[in-house]
Design a protein around this ligand. Sequence first.
Ligand code: NIG
Ligand code: FE
Length: 402
Amino acid sequence: MTVRIWEHCRAATMQPSVPYGLVEDAAVAVRDGLIEWAGARKELPHALRDACIQLHDCGGALLTPGLIDCHTHLVYGGDRAHEFELRLGGASYEDIARQGGGIVSTVRATREASEDQLFCQAARRLRELADEGVTTLEVKSGYGLALEHERKCLRVARRLHGARGVSVRTTFLGAHALPPEFAGCADDYIGEVVRMLPALHAEGLVDAVDAFCERIAFSRAQTQRVFEAARSLGLPVKLHAEQLSNSGGARLAAQFAALSCDHLEWLGDEGAKAMAAAGTVAVLLPGAFYFLRETRLPPVGLLRDHGVPIAISTDCNPGSSPCTSLLLMMNMACTLFRLTPEEALAGVTRNAAQALGLADRGTLAAGLRADFVLWDAKQPAQLAYAIGANPRRQTVIEGQVQ
Ligand code: NIG
Ligand code: FE
């Protein structure tokens, strides 16, 4: 048995026992890519120390689970800097979308790009996320909106899996926006989405299914058709819900035991209750809130009252959150949404894993994947506190130093 040990660290295990699940002077023993044992160094079993072939002295530094970015649109062509200028001149995100810009302008650029071009652009964004300690990443399609282009984007996402050691989970978001060729025929396009899904699933390209339920996107009834198609294939669902209005998407998603509802600025009491009962995670996206200069805050108190787990993500996309810094999102979740730094760290570890339906990661505990990050920091709150700093010292994925 070959064992590697990281010791003399402050381990924020994110186990829900004490704040941050913090263990002072901890040791983590790794075998075959999994955590064999984690706890106070003095209690490390002798047999593990005897079997150790590599000892890492962390010098008292902070160790956390690998960060998980559970909501990104990483694969896209072009950029929307021009729309940023238009919005600064007074146009709203919804105005631009209604006038044929917004998501649809990225669809044009994505359709024009080759698979290799998309791969190179997305790989760069992945590197930026990995540089800050991201070890698992969700990637949505949704800028192709036609079978060949959705396939192209999902294939790029699959190819990204393993780059810098990062695990990539794919989500089919065919119901993201109405493509121009279906203008005025949203129901027909949903029919097309429902036909695309089994084909893409059969090619092994889909881990979950998402939709955008909103007045500028798809109705509850249309979203329900997509969810039924997912259910018939045994695929879990997620939803872009209550971002610009309270459309009742969260309640619908909860009926389908959604893994997560994301955005949620306009979530009401009933939606929060339904999410709590269904075990659905609330994914908050402070980058989109900030970049669109929204003023309506997500109801964090309501989520806490109902015990809905909160995750935080970059929502990395060209239109509403051109962001590749999950640490910055932790800071914004605290400053803008008033999360505690502990909630922010749980939001990019334990709860982000739950939002992806991944039970094998997100905390430091025996039996889980040995994905963790060593930081040049002592206090866990330092991760959410600094703006623009990157204290990552070392990333370990499945027991391998990256
Ligand atoms: O998560 N809300 C819908 N989708 C993206 C924005 C996509 C875009 O504007 O390109 C989001 O914010
Ligand atoms: Fe999104």
